[in-house]
Design a protein around this ligand. Structure first.
Ligand code: WQD
Length: 341
């Protein structure tokens, strides 16, 4: 069966994608430097699927190690590239680390694809490239805007690197998937989002507050131009997101792509406010959340949600899991990790 390289495959979205690739019959090899994830994820993937992905630990910003890897693995049919530093706030403090790690990794991979003849790549991008859109919902034709953070800018620049390299070398073909806000966990509660330190993202902060690890959730602003004043995002179940990656890989492997470089938004098409997520969590889990409204967080946009028509029609993919099920899955994961009944 075809071998798929998943970089960052012990991470949150990466690990869920490895599970769905294995469920679809693909052999998977993971490369991860474990800087933001645990090797235990490999055991848990095996518990879910019964198949243990191969694994090598190194950082893809190291050109020599990346070349050596591809030289030893000349049976790779396609790559899904997740590996990147991804903390928005941290990227403002250490931009050089973000540009070096995120851009050099992709360029090393592309160099090896050309040298070793690996045509297909799916790239993990983000709706952050749209900034605050002038018009909602966002389609793939919505103009990208200057990113609010070095992290967001690495996503935008990497899209350009990918597009320009494919234009120059037509033997390559690639798909950039622009995620909206991935949340939730696998129904087994064996894999999920496990941020190191204080969670930056909303849902892990909610579940850690519910688990008693955090005193209260701070809601960053209720003075936005939205129905309840809190900011709106398009929250998508991570398993739905993972399934879209399998479809994107098959599109490339079966040469169904209509251009060398394609872009798809991966969202649900529904926008929910922070306060709606808080209420939704309480309703889905029965756990009362302690929260306080505070000032807006610098760099946040007001509202964004996806127009999912293109992905629905072109990929034949649609997000299926609802908000209740998704928030409950996040809570079940948190309870298992913390040993809470
Ligand atoms: C969502 C909403 C916050 C925490 C970023 C990146 C994106 C992707 C996901 C990596 C906002 C509010 C949050 C909290 C809060 N990253 N919030 N209290 O900023 O939309 O997107 O993370 O792949 O690329 O841009 O996600 O979860 O941080 O915030 O009120 O403790 O929740 O203000 O409105 P964001 P988020």
């Amino acid at each position: 069966m075809k071998q798929i390289l998943v970089t960052g495959g012990t991470g949150y979205i990466g690990s869920h994608t490895v599970v769905e690739l294995q469920n679809a019959g693909y052999d998977v090899i993971i490369v991860d430097d474990l800087s933001n994830s645990s090797i235990d994820v490999i055991d848990n993937i095996e518990k879910i699927t019964g198949k243990r992905p191969d694994f090598e630990k190194f950082n893809l910003a190291d050109a020599a190690k990346t070349d050596d890897f591809f030289n030893r693995h000349q049976d790779i049919s396609a790559i899904i590239h997740f590996a990147a530093s991804k903390a928005v706030g941290e990227s403002v403090q250490i931009p050089l680390h973000y540009y070096r790690n995120n851009l050099v990794s992709l360029m090393n991979i592309l160099d090896c694809q050309l040298k070793y003849g690996v045509s297909n790549i799916v790239f993990s991008s983000s709706c952050t490239v749209y900034g605050q859109p002038d018009k909602l919902p966002v389609t793939e034709k919505t103009p990208r805007k200057d990113a609010e953070s070095p992290y967001g800018n690495t996503k935008r620049v990497n899209e350009d690197i990918l597009q320009d390299t494919i234009k120059a070398y037509p033997q390559l073909k690639g798909i950039a998937l622009r995620y909206f806000n991935p949340i939730g966990a696998h129904p087994s509660a064996l894999i999920g989002e496990l941020p190191l330190g204080v969670p930056q993202n909303l849902v892990p902060f909610i579940t850690q507050t519910a688990a008693g690890l955090r005193d209260e959730l701070k809601v960053f602003g209720d003075d936005y131009d939205t129905p309840d004043g809190s900011a709106i995002r398009d929250y998508i179940n991570v398993v739905d997101l993972a399934k879209a990656h399998v479809i994107a890989i098959e599109r490339l492997l079966e040469n169904k792509n209509k251009a060398g470089y394609e872009v798809f938004n991966l969202g649900t098409g529904n926008g929910y406010s922070v306060l709606e997520i808080v209420k939704g969590f309480e309703k889905a889990t029965g756990v009362k959340l302690n929260y306080k409204i505070v000032a807006r967080r610098a760099g946040d946009i007001e509202k964004i949600w996806a127009d999912t028509t293109y992905a629905n029609e072109e990929l034949g993919w649609k997000a299926e899991k609802g908000l209740d099920e998704t928030l409950l899955s996040a809570w079940n994961w948190e309870k298992r990790v913390r040993g809470i009944e």
